[in-house]
Design a protein. Structure first.
Length: 246
């Protein structure tokens, strides 16, 4: 017991050191970095101001006369009767009817404009989708024609006399195919296309010339490009010159 008491007294006799408190001190540092002030280039800004792309002035434009006309028309149309103010018991039905009538009138107006444009262009608007092929007056059909059975000189002369230059150009092209076939430069067959005959030509000059003639023929025959006597004479001369190259 004496030993334990002595030990406890020993611990109690030792002084207790107070805890050390460390205070944090903030240090203010001065920014010594060099500041490089930047400014806009006045000359470039003035140059940009002079360019149209950088001029954003708002220009108020008035509606066109066409827009004003339609606006006045529909304004008068919808206020012709007092159906849209809710006073009439049938206002809902009549409002829908007037809207349908509005779009119907717009559709009819657009149709009339398209018809006038086609009429001025010389196109028959009523027969544009049901047009029948014009009668050629020739003794052969283009789907079953045989270049070995056609008297080209007589038929070409007949087509020129009738001022049917499209048929005359087609006959010139078929005659050219016969000449190429007779010279063994191509092998003519009814089921072949014009591109087949072009690719059968090995001579580069003949290839380019015949390709040009084929394009002219297709524009006139399939594209129905208008052709007169003067244009036909130029095309006829091209075919005659190509004949001398075969």
């Amino acid at each position: 017991m004496l030993f334990i008491f002595f030990t406890l007294n020993s611990f109690a006799a030792k002084p207790v050191k107070p805890a050390v408190k460390h205070d944090t001190v903030a240090v203010l540092k001065t920014d010594t970095a060099k500041i490089d002030a930047r400014t806009f280039n006045v000359a470039k800004l003035n140059n940009y101001r002079k360019q149209p792309d950088f001029q954003y002035d708002y220009v108020e434009t008035s509606p066109s006369w066409w827009t004003r006309l339609w606006h006045r028309f529909w304004h008068w149309f919808f206020h012709l009767f007092d159906f849209l103010n809710g006073k009439d018991s049938y206002s809902g039905f009549l409002s829908t009817f007037l809207i349908i009538l509005k779009y119907l009138a717009v559709t009819l107006g657009i149709t009339a404009i398209v018809y006038i444009i086609l009429k001025l262009a010389g196109i028959d608007a009523f027969n544009i989708f049901r047009r029948k092929p014009a009668s050629t007056g020739l003794l052969y059909d283009e789907h079953i024609e045989n270049i070995h059975e056609i008297d080209f000189d007589a038929e070409i002369e007949k087509a020129i006399t009738q001022h049917n230059y499209r048929i005359a150009v087609r006959l010139l092209y078929l005659k050219c195919l016969k000449q190429l076939n007779d010279s063994e430069l191509i092998v003519w067959q009814p089921e072949k296309t014009n591109s087949n005959y072009i690719n059968e030509l090995n001579n580069k000059r003949q290839y380019n010339t015949f390709k040009t003639l084929t394009r002219q023929f297709e524009y006139i025959w399939y594209g129905e490009f208008p052709i007169n006597h003067s244009i036909f004479n130029n095309i006829n001369l091209m075919f005659q010159q190509f004949k001398n190259e075969i």
